[in-house]
Design a protein around this ligand. Structure first.
Ligand code: ATP
Ligand code: MG
Length: 379
């Protein structure tokens, strides 16, 4: 494998100051160190990187020793987080070799063998994600044709796609996310694998998929991601009870708009929207035997959630809040003046109202008067 070096000078203001500090300290200690992955890709594409990752020849313990405020993390592979403040840390990974230990399914069980830069390249997922940037010499190091792919907006797998997806099926949803985020084209090989291997997602722990789902939908292009997951048959392996409707579409577009305006977003809303239709259907079934609406709502909610967390799990607090939003819908639909004040002071009111508003603008136009009522009540 031959490396190509290309001089590129990024504007200093686009680079994260903390990341540069970390690079400098590691480099001064005599180790090889680079910015790597998504940040290099995004900088080349003129996008603002979400985070700055660092790859180095220094072992995790060696990195840890260089920074007073740092911690060793990770079980499957050890990483160092260099802490700057409560919310900001820089992740430093030691070069790893591609030698992986896989289970019978092909899934990676262990890949914590340290290696060289050239070995570190091939364990990454796509060519566009395997570029290294030497901040001191202002040089990109490209072993796999990542620069060419970035210019062509092409997503190609490093190595054989079928095998790399088997090793780590999360790469399938990453492929879809990058395709949408970068407006890039997936290789024919990747497309075929997505269609054929979607069921591999069932090998991934529901907790890991929860984290991945937030990355899928909490961005400026969540609805397009949803459509592509549907297209490649991946969606049923994440949300088997979810089917696209206008409510989901409007909610995802709304989430993206909020992110654009720097407004807060929460996965509670996302999951509540995705599971609403299934919850309603189950409610109607249970209602045939159960007189109390309240009890039927609760039971339907719990059943739908229990089924969901087998695929993509969510923390307990999240499912409780989701049930609150659902239970509040009936109360908001009622518009009972006796409870107006009390509901306005409910800590979940705002989210339940947003939920009702989106329903009224999509699948439940008959709720317009209820939505108007609560819009006025807040004034
Ligand atoms: P973004 O931060 O925009 O989501 P990213 O490419 O930076 O995209 P990260 O999850 O931050 O994604 O990972 C950093 C880098 O680590 C990637 O660019 C890639 O090189 C490598 N990587 C991450 N996840 C995997 C994976 N599942 N398999 C192989 N390599 C991976
Ligand atoms: Mg990243």
């Amino acid at each position: 494998m031959q490396a190509v070096y290309q001089s590129v000078k990024f504007e200093q203001k686009l680079l994260d100051k903390n990341a540069l500090k970390v690079v400098k300290t590691i480099s001064n200690a005599g180790f090889e160190v680079y910015l790597v992955g998504g940040c290099v890709r995004d900088l080349l594409l003129g996008l603002k990187p979400k985070d700055f990752d660092i790859a180095t020849s220094a072992k995790p313990e060696e990195v840890h020793k260089l920074f007073k405020r740092s911690r060793l993390i990770g079980r499957r592979f050890r990483l160092v987080h260099v802490l700057f403040d409560a919310r900001n840390f820089i992740e430093v990974a030691t070069f790893r070799s591609g030698t992986v230990k896989t289970a019978q399914s092909g899934i990676i069980r262990r890949d914590n063998c340290y290696g060289t830069l050239a070995q570190d390249v091939v364990r990454r997922d796509f060519n566009i994600n395997a570029l290294y940037y030497d901040t001191q010499n202002h040089q990109i190091i490209d072993y796999v044709g990542g620069l060419k792919d970035i210019n062509n907006k092409a997503i190609n797998m490093i190595g054989e796609a079928k095998k790399r997806f088997e090793e780590d099926p999360v790469r399938m949803i990453r492929a879809v996310r990058f395709q949408v985020k970068l407006d890039a084209k997936l290789s024919a090989e990747i497309k075929t694998c997505l269609h054929n291997q979607a069921q591999l997602l069932s090998h991934i722990s529901p907790a890991r998929l929860f984290e991945e789902c937030i990355k899928l939908f909490h961005n400026e292009y969540g609805f397009e991601v949803f459509c592509q997951l549907e297209h490649y048959g991946l969606l049923p392996h994440l949300f088997e009870q979810t089917e696209r409707n206008d409510f989901i579409k409007k909610a995802l577009l709304n989430t993206s708009a909020r992110i654009q305006q720097n407004k807060p977003v929460t996965p509670v809303f996302l999951f509540a929207v995705f599971l609403w239709q299934a919850q309603n259907q189950r409610f109607l079934q249970i209602k045939q035997k159960q007189k109390s609406n309240n009890l039927a709502m609760r039971q339907a909610s719990e059943e739908v959630i229990r089924k969901q967390i087998k695929q993509v799990s969510m923390p307990k607090w999240l499912s409780f809040r989701m049930i609150d939003i659902w239970m509040l819908q009936a109360k908001l639909e009622e518009k009972n003046p006796k409870y107006t004040e009390k509901l306005l002071h409910n800590p979940r009111f705002r989210m339940a109202y947003d939920f009702l508003l989106l329903r009224s603008k999509s699948i439940n136009p008959e709720l317009k008067s209820a939505a108007d009522f609560w819009t006025k009540a807040q004034r």
